[in-house]
Design a protein around this ligand. Structure first.
Ligand code: CMP
Length: 140
């Protein structure tokens, strides 16, 4: 079925000038960018996005990293988009990411892991609405 998922190109990948190469992977896999913007997240915006991790020991480092530079937030649309994006990204820890995945090719550490992608239909809906209004999404 056609789905939408939220993708974030994180500060490490933006700093590496890899925005285009990462988006090319999404497009080559048949995912369409239907919304996109570059943002420098505040502590509050990043913390709210990762609210489910608030009690985790890595929360402070995660928010610190995600606010360390600009990110590119996108809505990707396509058949099976949520799982497809997770396949393209590879494992959260780049050391465990399969060869040829975005994290294997662009990421260094579990915090600086190049990309975020929604992990379920429910989180995709929440995460898309967290960053985009309906008038910022362009069905095509
Ligand atoms: P992301 O998919 O953006 O969701 C939460 C992020 O927390 C994750 O990617 C990692 O970058 C970061 N993180 C840091 N340490 C851990 C950990 N031990 N387990 C899961 N995520 C972690």
């Amino acid at each position: 079925a056609t789905e939408r998922t939220l993708s974030i190109i994180k500060p490490d990948a933006v700093a590496k000038n890899a925005i285009g190469e990462i988006i090319a992977r999404f497009e080559k896999a048949g995912l369409k960018v239907v919304a996109a913007k570059m943002l420098h997240l505040s502590d509050e915006k990043a913390g709210g996005f990762y609210a489910e991790h608030k009690e985790r020991p890595f929360f402070k480092d995660l928010v610190g990293f995600m606010t360390s530079g600009p990110v590119v937030v996108q809505v990707l649309e396509g058949d099976n988009a949520i799982a497809k994006n997770r396949e393209l990204m590879g494992a959260t820890n780049p050391k465990e990411a399969a060869p040829g995945t975005i994290r294997a090719d662009f990421a260094e550490t579990i915090d600086a892991n190049a990309v975020h992608g929604s992990d379920s239909a429910q989180s995709a809906e929440r995460e898309i609405n967290y960053f985009f209004g309906n008038d910022e999404i362009c069905p095509r």
